[in-house]
Design a binder for this molecule. Structure first.
Ligand SMILES: Nc1nc2c(c(=O)[nH]1)N[C@H]1C(S)=C(S)[C@@H](COP(=O)(O)O)O[C@H]1N2
Ligand SMILES: [Mo]
Length: 322
C-alpha cells in the first residue's frame, strides 16, 4: 500500500526543511568552533523563517519628519522586527523576535559617567522630557552584508551629550548595554564578552546624523530593535549601534568595543562602511538589500553619507583604521 505524505506538505518542502535544519546544525557547530568569528556566518534566513513580528506599541506624539531622511522606500515592520542581530537574545536572525518578547524596558535608567559635569543616573522619561522627536529614515548596513532602510524615531545624540556637559578631556563616548542573564538567554552562550560595549570619537558622537533611537514607524521601539534606547550611526556598520543602552561614559582614551575585543583582526573601532576595505573573510563591495536573496547591490562609501561625514576622516588611512 502506498502511504501518501499529508497533502499539505510538498516533498520539496520536506527536503528544504531538512537541508535548512542541517545547515543550522552545521552553522551552530561552526560557530562554536570559530568562537568569536560567529558573526561571519550568513545565518539561515529568518525572512523566510519563524520570526514573530513585534506587536505594535504605543504611538509616539509630536514626531516631526527630518530633512536628513533618505528618500528610499523603508523596509516593512515585519522585516525590521524579525531579522535582527541582538546576540543577548540568541544568534539566529529570528532569535530576538522570539526571545525578547517579555523583555522589561520600564523603568529604565541610563548612568552618565566619566569626563563630564553632569554625572548622574538618569531616568529615561527625564532624558525624553521636552526633547523633540524626529522621524529619520536611515540606511542600515550590517558587516555581514545585508542592509535595510529603517524609519527610526529618535533625536540627535548631541542634544543629550550637551546636557551632560563633557569636559575638555572627553575625547570619546563609550556605550554599555544591558546584560541581564535573567532576561537574556543569549548571555549563557558566551559567544561574545558581555556586556556589549561600543564607542565613538567625540566628533562622530556629536555629528547631526548620529541619533539616539526610541521608536520605529512612529511607535515605541520594539524590544528586538534595541528598546528602549539604542544608538544609530548610519555611515557605520550595524555593530556600532548598541542596543538597550544603560551607561554612557565620557573617556579620554579610545574604548575597546566588543567585536574588536572578540576578533580585532576582523572588527575595528571605526567600522565605517567601505566597499574598498574587505572583511578578512568576505568582500564588502556589494550588499544584500533585504528582502532580496542576492548580494548584488553595490555598497556605497560611508553607506551613502560621504558628503556629510567624509571630512571627519580626512588624512586618515581607512585601511588601518577599519
Ligand atoms: N547590545 C547589542 N547591540 C547590538 C548587537 C548585539 O548583539 N547586542 N548587534 C549589533 C549588530 S551586529 C547590528 S547589525 C545591529 C542590528 O540592528 P537591528 O537588529 O535593529 O537591525 O545591532 C547592533 N547592536
Ligand atoms: Mo551587524
Amino acid at each position: 500500500m502506498l502511504i501518501k505524505p499529508p497533502s499539505d506538505i510538498r516533498s520539496s518542502e520536506i527536503t528544504d526543511k531538512s537541508l535548512y535544519l542541517n545547515r543550522r546544525a552545521f552553522m551552530r557547530a561552526a560557530a562554536v568552533a570559530a568562537g568569536a568569528a560567529a558573526t561571519g556566518c550568513v545565518s539561515a534566513d529568518a525572512l523566510a523563517g519563524s520570526g514573530q513580528p513585534a506587536a505594535h506599541g504605543r504611538k509616539l506624539e509630536n514626531v516631526k519628519s527630518s530633512p536628513l531622511s533618505t528618500s528610499e522606500l523603508p523596509n516593512t515592520w515585519e522585516q525590521i522586527t524579525t531579522y535582527n542581530n541582538y546576540y543577548e537574545f540568541g544568534t539566529d536572525k529570528d532569535s530576538p523576535s522570539r526571545y525578547a518578547r517579555g523583555f522589561k524596558t520600564t523603568p529604565w535608567t541610563v548612568a552618565v559617567e566619566g569626563e563630564c559635569n553632569k554625572k548622574a543616573v538618569y531616568h529615561l522619561e527625564d532624558i525624553l522630557k521636552g526633547q523633540t522627536l524626529e522621524d529619520r529614515i536611515y540606511r542600515h548596513r550590517c558587516v555581514e552584508r545585508w542592509s535595510m532602510v529603517i524609519p527610526w524615531v529618535g533625536f540627535p545624540l548631541s542634544s543629550f551629550i550637551n546636557k551632560c556637559e563633557p569636559t575638555a578631556k572627553a575625547k570619546f563616548v563609550e556605550f554599555t548595554t544591558l546584560a541581564d542573564d535573567r532576561q537574556m538567554p543569549g548571555l549563557a552562550s558566551g559567544v561574545l564578552p558581555w556586556p556589549y560595549v561600543e564607542g565613538l570619537r567625540m566628533d562622530e558622537a556629536m555629528h547631526p546624523l548620529t541619533i539616539l533611537v526610541v521608536g520605529l514607524y512612529g511607535e515605541v521601539l520594539p524590544n528586538q530593535d534595541g528598546a528602549p534606547l539604542r544608538v544609530h550611526i548610519p555611515w557605520k556598520y550595524g555593530f556600532k549601534s548598541g542596543k538597550s543602552i544603560v551607561k554612557i561614559r565620557f573617556v579620554e582614551k579610545q574604548p575597546v568595543n566588543t567585536w574588536q575585543r572578540a576578533a580585532a583582526d576582523e572588527y575595528g573601532f571605526y567600522a565605517n562602511v567601505n566597499p574598498t576595505v574587505d572583511h578578512p573573510r568576505w568582500s564588502q563591495a556589494k550588499e544584500r538589500r533585504l528582502p532580496s536573496l542576492f548580494t548584488n547591490t553595490p555598497t556605497q562609501m560611508f553607506n551613502g553619507y560621504g558628503d556629510q561625514v567624509a571630512s571627519m576622516y580626512a588624512g586618515m588611512d581607512l585601511r588601518k583604521n577599519f
